[in-house]
Design a protein around this ligand. Structure first.
Ligand code: URA
Length: 231
């Protein structure tokens, strides 16, 4: 069983800084099994630690699926407005490493967003090499033309300022002005720009699927812990 210093466990999991940990121990908030911990340098197994009577939060790392509502940005830069991190436990942003989103959705886009503290997962799932399927439900401002289906699927569609054409994407028309679009890449504002290149404005955009994960009935603003899926 790997053991770590108590002050390191507390700071790594976002409870308090290493300097503050002595105060937490003095206040009797930290136990090892049934006994109060007294020395922040003591090495213990994470599984044996209790903080305010609770086991350490997500000791194996965080991976959650969030239903992003409209109006929140994925950036932490406060100048860009309220962000998705306000929906998640504050402590998760103080972890080391802190949580981050797997890619980003625009401020007005809703739907499935993965949140994790595991950098390798972010790299794997945002890399175009891994071809993770993202499904978007799209509404546009004018009636759609069936000719968009082969065009988006062709692998020849070019976006202004992007040197490479878009990889083939699967467009399914679901109504006069609505469609689903399956992408395996994730360029900046890609869905909006693909439609804009053909004269359409996207008026609503929702991501319902990311790899093997479906958003299902998870309400907007809520999150759910998920097992690392076979994406
Ligand atoms: N494509 C977009 O244009 N916006 C998003 O938020 C996601 C994909």
């Amino acid at each position: 069983m790997i053991r770590h210093r108590i002050d390191q466990i507390l700071s790594r999991h976002g409870y308090c800084s290493r300097g503050e940990s002595r105060g937490w121990l003095k206040a009797g908030r930290v136990k090892v099994g049934d006994r109060s911990a007294l020395d922040p340098a003591e090495k213990v197994s994470v599984a044996d630690l209790r903080i305010d009577g609770e086991p350490v939060d997500h000791p194996e790392g965080i991976l959650v699926m969030l239903h992003k509502p409209a109006g929140l940005v994925c950036s932490r830069d406060e100048r860009e407005g309220p962000n998705i991190y306000s929906l998640l436990p504050e402590r998760w942003s103080r972890r080391n490493p802190p949580i981050t989103s797997v890619g980003r959705l625009d401020k007005e886009t809703t739907g499935l967003l993965l949140i994790t503290d595991q950098g390798p997962l972010v790299q794997r799932w945002t890399s175009p090499r891994h071809k993770v399927l993202k499904r978007y439900e799209v509404e546009v401002d004018q009636d759609l033309d069936p000719s968009l289906v082969p065009l988006f699927g062709s692998g020849t569609l070019r976006l202004p300022d992007d040197p490479e054409p878009c990889l083939p994407a699967e467009l399914t028309l679901t109504g006069a002005r609505s469609a689903t679009l399956d992408l395996i890449e994730g360029r900046h504002h890609q869905v909006r720009r693909m439609f804009a290149s053909q004269g359409f404005r996207v008026v609503a955009l929702h991501r319902s699927r990311f790899g093997a994960l479906e958003l299902g009935t998870l309400p907007p603003g809520e999150w759910l812990a998920v097992d690392e899926p076979a994406i």
